[in-house]
Structures are given as structure tokens and as C-alpha cells.
Design a protein around this ligand. Sequence first.
Ligand code: NAD
Length: 321
Amino acid sequence: MTDERHRRAVVTGGAGFVGSHLCERLLDDGWHVLAVDNLVSGAEGNVAHLLGRPGFAFLRRDVCAPNALTGLPGGPFCLVFHLACPASPADYLRLPLETLETGSSGTRNALELAARDGARMVLASTSEVYGDPQVHPQPEDYWGNVNPVGPRSVYDEAKRYAEALVTAHRQVRGTDTAIVRIFNSYGPRMRAGDGRAVPTFIRQALAGEPLTVAGDGSQTRSLCYVDDTVAGILALAGSDLPGPVNIGGEEETTVLDIARRIVKLTGSPSPVVFVERPGDDPARRRPDTRLAREELGWKPRVGWQEGLERTIAWFARRAAA
Ligand code: NAD
């Protein structure tokens, strides 16, 4: 990726779900990693197993504060991953202003750090920039269908603004940037109470509670196991593509089917019940991954059954601890 002296990376949001897996994989690949996180939706426990490893450091800090990313220990850096952002509906509805700030001030601070150190900056964007899509599957050149004042708008528009900011810095200041649009990643270290379908259903199934499917459950998602998500982020970081590049699973599944699979794999007696569907919930979601396949040589490798089994096993261990 770059010469040995400079294998130093910053991961904002490094104590979150995806960020902690990214930190771990970078360390395994021989990188020095500084995780910066204010723990609003992450947990130090997500990186506790990394704290003793040579080359890893954790800094508790709000990335949106003025000069939040100047004078960081362990630099100069050659990769800056900007993942910090409340990402689950439960979190961004609880933290609407903070969510917008991570897209604006947080992204600007990450870009400033990258410009100063001559680093490549990778923005974690989202399939939510496509909103409730009218094109299916979604290619990167689809502009999306987002309600700018709807219940999800703080998240969707924060990411859309962040993409525009990254693109402008690249054009005006020549900063080396990349945008990855992540689709529904899942795996160990998700929070049971974060409102996303997979951890919610697993928690409910393991507790013997009814699985609460929104609407009639016919809305679709394309799940991607977190190891594959991280592999895609790293493939993009190691390329010179500016993106945006979609990274996500290719098997489209209804939410009802996800619930049924989890009931089956856990052997739970839980029934499935139907609850009110949240506003602006996208009806269909599947990435067009041709760009990632052709330009990055990336494809998802972990099938849904293996991924769900690993995730269920992690939640079961947590519940038993
Ligand atoms: P997460 O909530 O587990 O992780 C986000 C992390 O950012 C948390 O640790 C949180 O404490 C931290 N954070 C939030 N605001 C911060 C701030 N101001 N300063 C410092 N740290 C801050 O969510 P995740 O699922 O791991 O998502 C990581 C990134 O990937 C997010 O940017 C998200 O938008 C993006 N993404 C994730 C998915 C997915 O399926 N998980 C899908 C699309 C995009």
C-alpha cells in the first residue's frame, strides 16, 4: 500500500462496530493504528483486545471539535479513515445534530489531517445516500431519492454533504480521497439495542422474545458480513480510485426472511410479529457491485449462513457472560 516507514493509519469511529474490525485487520496487516472515538455509539470494549497490541493506540475525542485532529500522537499518517458517525437509526435519531456535525465538521477535520500529512482519506459513506431508490440495483451513478426533511434525513444528508465536501477538497486542493458506500454490514460487536434488524432479531431470538418485523417484512436488504465490508474498504484504500464505490452483499433478502433465518439458526421458539414500519424506510436495497469487482477485484466471500452463525455465536457468548 505504501512504504514501511509510513504504515500509520487513523481510524475515526475506531471503537464502533465496523471501525473496530477495520483497526484489527490493519494491525494484522502490520499497520500502526490510532483509533479516535468519543464513544457516543461505540464502546472501548470493542477495542479492549487491541489495547495491548504493539502499534495500537486509542484516543477518546470528538472529531467535530475545532482542530480535533491536529497534533495527534503517532503521525504522520498515510491513511485517514473517517468512520465516526452515529450510524444506526436509534443513534442518529437520538443524536440528530451530532450526526450532521460528523458529516460536516468531522469530515472537514479528517480532510485537513489528510492534506497536512499527504495522506489518502477514505470516507465511509452509505447506501442511504440512495434514499428509497427508484433504480434497482443501485449503481454508483444513481443520484438517489432522499427526503431532505424526513426522519432519516440527518443521516442521509450528512453523508451526502460529506461526499460533496470530499469531492470538492479533491478538486480544489488535490487531496487524495476515496468514498466507499457501505450497504448493511453485520457481524460481531453490533449493539443488541441499536435498532438494526440483524442484532435486534438475534437478541430477540436468543431471549425467546417475538421477533419484531417492521411492516409486512417484504422490504429487502442485502447483508454483507463485516469481514467482507472491511476487505472492500481496504481494497479501495489501497487503490487510487476516488469512488464512490459500493461495497455490499449481492444476495437480496426480505427482512421477513432474515428474521426466519435467524429463528431457524438459533433454534428459537420465538414467533415473528409485525410492527409499524418507520417513515421513509427504503423498500428495496441492493448494490450494483460491478465497479468493486472489476476495479478492486473485490467480492463478498462469507455466505449469509456462515456470517449469521458467527454473529449469533458472538451474541450468545455475550448473553452468557
Ligand atoms: P457505530 O455506531 O458502531 O460506529 C460509529 C463510531 O463513531 C462509534 O464508535 C461512535 O462512538 C463514533 N463517533 C460518532 N460520532 C463521533 C464523533 N463526533 N467523534 C468521535 N467519534 C464519533 O456504526 P458502524 O456501523 O460501525 O458505522 C461506521 C461507519 O460506517 C459510519 O460512518 C456509518 O455511517 C458507515 N456505514 C455503516 C454501515 C453498516 O451497515 N454498519 C452501513 C453504511 C455506512
